[in-house]
Write a protein that binds this ligand. Structure first.
Ligand SMILES: C[S@@+](CC[C@H](N)C(=O)[O-])C[C@H]1O[C@@H](n2cnc3c(N)ncnc32)[C@H](O)[C@@H]1O
Length: 310
C-alpha cells in the first residue's frame, strides 16, 4: 500500500530538507506522544520538524488504514457514491487522499487546527475546502461522508454527536488498533447503534460486540517503509503492518457480509484456519479440501475480508 507518487516524492524531499538529526528527534518525540496518549506534548516539537516527522513516519500508515476502511465503506454503500466528504482532524490529508482514491468525484473538506499540517495537505489536495481551527469552536457543515481518522481520540469528549449529525450518509471512525483504540471504537459503536445508526462495516451485524477484553478487534494494513523511514527507525524490514480499529455507520441499512475475518488466516497443509466474527459470535473454522468451494475462498481470504457463510 503506497501513497500516490507525487505525495511520496514530496515527503521524501521534506524529510531530507529537515535534516536527519532534527527529524530523528522529532520522530522520537512524536512516537512517544502518541504511545503515551499525550498529544499536548506534540507542541514541544518545532512545527516544521513535527510535520516532516509525521509525513515520513505516520502518514503512509494512516493512509493505508483509511484506504482499507474506505474500500469497505464503498463496497457496502454501493451507488450513488458519496458526493461530499468531511475529514475531521485531517492532519496532512491522509484520509482525504484515501477518500479521493475511492470517491474521486466527491468534494472534500478538511478540518484541522494545526496550520503546518494543513499547509502540507494543501500541496496534494489543493482543491479541497479548508476549515482551519478547533473543532470545538466550529459549526460542522453537513457532508455525505464524515471521517475522523486517528483524531477523535485526541479530542475533548463530546464531538461524536456533532460528527454524526453532520453525516448525511455515513460516519467513519478509525483509531489505532490497540486495546485502548478499540475500546473507544466499541463505545462509539454502541452509542451510535443505540441512536438508530445502521452498521456498514466491519461488523456482520448490529448486535452487541462479542469481542471481550483482553482481546480486541483490529485489522492490519501492510505499508512499505521508505529508506528514510527505515533509517529513522533503525529497522531492517522494508514494510510495517499498521494496526487499526474502525467502525462505519450509516443512516440506512445496507447488506452485510455473513462474517468478518478477524485474524490473519493460518495456512497448514490441506487446512486453513479462519477466525471470523459472525452475527452469532466468534467462530473458528477449519476449512479443508473436503469442502472445495469454501477451501478456494479461504485460500484467498485475508484478515479484514468478508468471512465465509454457512
Ligand atoms: C494523529 S493526527 C491524524 C491526522 C490524519 N487524520 C491522519 O489520519 O493521518 C490527529 C489530528 O487531529 C487534529 N486535531 C486534534 N484535535 C483537534 C481539534 N479539536 N480540532 C481540530 N483538529 C484537531 C490534530 O491537529 C492532528 O492533525
Amino acid at each position: 500500500m503506497q501513497l500516490p507518487d507525487l505525495v511520496r516524492r514530496s515527503i521524501q524531499s521534506r524529510g531530507e530538507a529537515a535534516g536527519f538529526a532534527p527529524l530523528a528527534r522529532a520522530a522520537r518525540l512524536l512516537s512517544d506522544a502518541y504511545r503515551d496518549h499525550r498529544p499536548q506534548d506534540l507542541a514541544q516539537i518545532p512545527a516544521g520538524d513535527r510535520t516532516a516527522a509525521y509525513l515520513v513516519t505516520r502518514m503512509p500508515a494512516t493512509y493505508a488504514a483509511a484506504f482499507h476502511v474506505l474500500a469497505e465503506v464503498r463496497r457496502r454503500l454501493g451507488e450513488p457514491l458519496p458526493a461530499s466528504v468531511l475529514d475531521i482532524g485531517a492532519g496532512t490529508g491522509a484520509a482525504s487522499l484515501a477518500a479521493r482514491a475511492w470517491f474521486p468525484d466527491a468534494a472534500l473538506t478538511m478540518l484541522e487546527r494545526d496550520r503546518d499540517f494543513a499547509r502540507a495537505a494543501e500541496e496534494w489536495l489543493p482543491d479541497a475546502a479548508r476549515l482551519s481551527g478547533d473543532l470545538g469552536r466550529m459549526d460542522l457543515p453537513p457532508h455525505d461522508l464524515v471521517i475522523a481518522a486517528y483524531s477523535i481520540g485526541e479530542m475533548d469528549p463530546g464531538p461524536l454527536w456533532r460528527l454524526w449529525e453532520a453525516a448525511r450518509v455515513a460516519l467513519v471512525l478509525i483509531e489505532p488498533g490497540t486495546p485502548r483504540g478499540f475500546a473507544a471504537i466499541a463505545a462509539m459503536r454502541t452509542a451510535l447503534l443505540e441512536r438508530g445508526a445502521a452498521m456498514l462495516a466491519p461488523c456482520p451485524g448490529s448486535g452487541p460486540c462479542p469481542i471481550q477484553s483482553p482481546d480486541w478487534c483490529h485489522f492490519a494494513a501492510r505499508v512499505e517503509r521508505s529508506s528514510l523511514h527505515r533509517r529513522l527507525k533503525d529497522a531492517d524490514l522494508n514494510f510495517e503492518d499498521e494496526k487499526f480499529s474502525y467502525v462505519a455507520l450509516g443512516r440506512h441499512p445496507v447488506s452485510l457480509p455473513p462474517a468478518r475475518i478477524i485474524r490473519r488466516p493460518e495456512h497448514h497443509p490441506g487446512l486453513i484456519r479462519i477466525v471470523q466474527c459472525t452475527p452469532s459470535g466468534i467462530e473458528s473454522r477449519n476449512v479443508t479440501r473436503r469442502a472445495p468451494a469454501a477451501f478456494r475462498l479461504a485460500r484467498h481470504a485475508a484478515w479484514g475480508d468478508e468471512g465465509l457463510g454457512r
